[in-house]
Design a protein around this ligand. Structure first.
Ligand SMILES: Cc1ncc(COP(=O)(O)O)c(C=O)c1O
Length: 383
């Protein structure tokens, strides 16, 4: 039964059968009539999802490509930028900025704590030369959901710097309202909350960000908004597109549209509650504080004396694939993804398997207590 696996990692995620079926569509011309129609529809759905009156660009890349495009096109070489770093992917935004010669400073927040509007505002106030602020909405490594609405509003009180948000692991999972929250740019990707295969990067930008990119130089040929925009205006991608992935992507967006974005966000909040309430029964410690806990992924410290990677590997005996801790949490924590085509049945299996693994490790707890809790919370949340 090698194919019967529960993929509970923070992306790529399991895919709905409708998405997989869509990917078997015969190959088409990526500048042909059908592709143009679906390409336009997808961009329109994403505009609605992100509430942006500007533009959405799709690129053949993973999320890191979208982040790199954002740095290259919406900032200048040598320019002062602030990167708010709540974990591994905040650090990545910093490294991309440094790689492209941006004069980047770091606001490092301890892992598991969210960035506060006050701390970000103070960092921006301390340096009036800051031209762009980079934020991560859902920090997948420290399993924190940053309050982008409040942070952006605090920045906007004192600065008109570009606000550029990594929403790779929050798009389709948590609300993001670009126009009303004052966000200029969002970088995201297909393979997490959008229930699609990896391969498509998403960059949403408002008019002032697009105008900036069109009137400035950047060092990239592939990730250049000028060519992207010229082609997007014709309803097509700049270069050859991953067509099969795109058919799946379009169907994933259809499914989210049918569910209703608000319902999708509420469903993920319920998954967060299910997992956390269940695991509290086992007296395990979470990486993220309750107040900032991610609706997309939950990070859990391994019990004293146990290597977290051992838990990840032992879970495979029960056909459940979870994720290791990243960066400073490697070996110390493990992560359970609750995004993509999963539901509370998958969480039931995952929590059950975790109880078995902990029992195998001779960790002391009341066997069955987490599963029992999950079942009762599931009934009360009706999820
Ligand atoms: C928050 C966040 N940003 C960026 C990335 C990088 O995306 P990718 O691996 O698609 O390049 C990830 C991937 O897990 C992520 O979770």
């Amino acid at each position: 039964m090698v194919d019967k696996e529960f993929l509970m990692i923070p992306g790529p995620t399991p895919l709905p059968p409708r998405v997989m079926a869509a990917m078997t569509h015969p190959m088409v011309n990526h500048r042909g009539i059908l592709f143009k129609k679906l390409f336009g529809e997808s961009r329109d759905i994403l505009k609605k999802m992100l509430n942006i009156s500007g533009d959405v660009f799709l690129i053949p890349s993973s999320g890191t490509g979208a982040m790199e495009l954002a740095v290259q096109n919406f900032t200048h070489r040598g320019e002062r930028v602030l990167v708010v770093d709540t974990g591994f992917f905040g650090e990545r935004f910093y490294k991309i900025n440094v790689a492209f010669g941006r004069n980047a400073i770091h606001l490092e927040i301890p892992w598991g704590k969210g960035a506060t509007p006050e701390a970000v505002k103070e960092a921006v106030r301390n340096d009036p030369t800051i031209k762009a602020v980079f934020l991560t909405q859902n920090e997948t490594s420290s399993t924190v959901l940053n309050n982008i609405r409040e942070i952006s509003s605090a920045i906007r009180e004192i600065s008109d710097a570009f606000i550029i948000v990594d929403a790779v692991s929050s798009i389709g999972i948590a609300e993001i309202d670009m126009d009303n929250w004052g966000i200029d740019v969002v970088a995201a990707a297909s393979q997490k909350g959008l229930m699609s295969p990896p391969g498509i990067g998403i960059v949403a930008a408002n008019k002032r960000a697009v105008d900036f990119a069109l009137s400035s130089d950047n060092d990239s040929y592939y990730f250049n908004l000028k060519d992207l925009k010229k082609n997007a205006d014709l309803g097509q991608p700049f270069t050859t597109f991953p067509v099969a992935d795109f058919f799946g992507f379009r169907e994933g967006l259809n499914i989210l549209l049918e569910e209703g974005f608000e319902n999708t966000y509420k469903r993920h909040e319920a998954y967060r509650t299910l997992v956390r309430d269940a695991l509290k029964e086992l007296n395990l410690k979470f990486v993220a504080d309750d107040a900032v806990a991610s609706p997309a992924v939950t990070g859990i410290y391994a019990p004293e004396g146990v290597n977290a990677d051992e838990i990840v590997s032992m879970m495979r005996k029960y056909s459940v694939e979870i994720a290791s801790g990243q960066g400073i949490l490697k070996g110390k924590a493990f992560r359970i993804g609750h995004m993509g085509f999963i539901n509370s049945n998958d969480l039931l299996v995952t929590v059950g398997a975790l109880e078995c693994v902990l029992k195998d490790l001779k960790y002391e707890f009341e066997f069955g207590s987490a599963v029992k809790k999950l079942l009762s919370v599931r009934r009360s949340l009706n999820v």
